[in-house]
Design a protein around this ligand. Structure first.
Ligand SMILES: [Zn+2]
Length: 305
């Protein structure tokens, strides 16, 4: 059996997956805010609860995979790039393994939450059985992960798929230098394609404060300003994804995060990206995720596939 944990900014979710792939148990707790030791203990407690659930089913000790909003630096072994800042600089995998402890130290596998999303969707989700999968998170931020044959692709910097802080490609003059990003640069993809990015763009062009999903709904109802904002967003998303297709050549791109619920993206963006993909035809598919909010926790469980 497999335990998957999704350590998020507001909640920690845990799942127990049976050998046949079905969910045998599920549990969640709020994330202790700004308290590293309490966070480690909360994750360990969740693992112990799911261990007990596995025991009642009479199986061996489950494996443990954890998705985090950051990455373990291969150089230092410590967490980096986490938006839950109390995790940064900590040996999170070691500390959790120790806290689970009991009799013997248990090896845990950690991965970035966007990588877990890609693994989940490649394993038994919207890209099931596909070889090269780019999983994209379009939400409060923009992230990405890559799964190859269902396994997370990881490199020496633990930043695979992190396209959100690349510049928006093929920028128009009015997109340069682009909005300032918290990472220190201007014009990052995230500043255009995140939910706040779309909101900012709509406000700058139409003078109206509106959430991304509301803009999409109003566009569907025929609002001209919202239609124009959606068209700009889709054109930018097409450019940003074309630059990924040119490097990775994925079979499938799966969208996750709040903006992945905007249905028109799946028809419109692939019609636009041909212009920038260096190929006579583009066979890459763009699809919505299958597992929604559960993808993170399911992908974490599949880290031990
Ligand atoms: Zn940035």
């Amino acid at each position: 059996m497999r335990i998957g944990i999704d350590l998020g900014g507001t909640k920690i979710e845990g799942i127990l997956i049976a050998p046949d792939g079905h969910q045998a148990a599920r549990t969640r707790v709020p994330t202790p805010q700004g308290d590293y030791a309490a966070t480690v203990q909360a994750v360990a407690d969740l693992v112990c609860d799911l261990d007990d659930a596995a025991k009642t089913l009479g199986t061996e000790i489950p494996t443990v995979g954890i998705g985090i909003p950051g990455a373990i630096s291969p150089t230092t072994g410590l967490v980096k790039n986490a938006n839950s800042v109390c995790l940064i600089g900590e040996a999170l995998d070691q500390d959790i393994a120790q806290a689970i402890g009991r009799d013997t130290r248990r090896e845990v596998r950690l991965a970035n939450d966007a990588d877990c999303f890609a693994v989940s969707e490649a394993h038994d989700g919207a890209a099931a059985g596909e070889r090269i999968v780019f999983g994209v998170i379009l939400g409060t931020g923009v992230g990405g992960g890559i799964a190859i044959d269902g396994h997370p692709l990881s490199g020496p910097n633990a930043i695979t798929g992190e396209w959100g802080h690349n510049p928006l490609p093929w920028p128009r003059d009015d997109e340069r230098p682009g909005p300032k990003c918290y990472c220190g640069q201007h014009g990052c993809i995230e500043t255009f394609l995140s939910g706040p990015g779309m909101r900012y763009d709509h406000y700058a062009e139409a003078g109206e404060q509106s959430e991304a999903v509301d803009i999409a709904n109003k566009a569907a109802a025929g609002n001209a300003d919202c239609i124009a904002t959606m068209a700009r967003y889709e054109q930018r998303l097409a450019r940003a994804l074309a630059s990924v297709i040119n490097v990775l050549d994925p079979h499938v791109i799966v969208l996750g995060g709040g903006l992945s619920n905007i249905e028109r993206l799946y028809d419109n963006v692939p019609k636009l990206w041909d212009e920038w993909v260096f190929s006579d035809t583009v066979a890459t598919k763009l699809v919505p995720n299958k597992h929604g909010d559960s993808s993170g926790v399911r992908g974490a469980a599949w880290l031990w596939d």
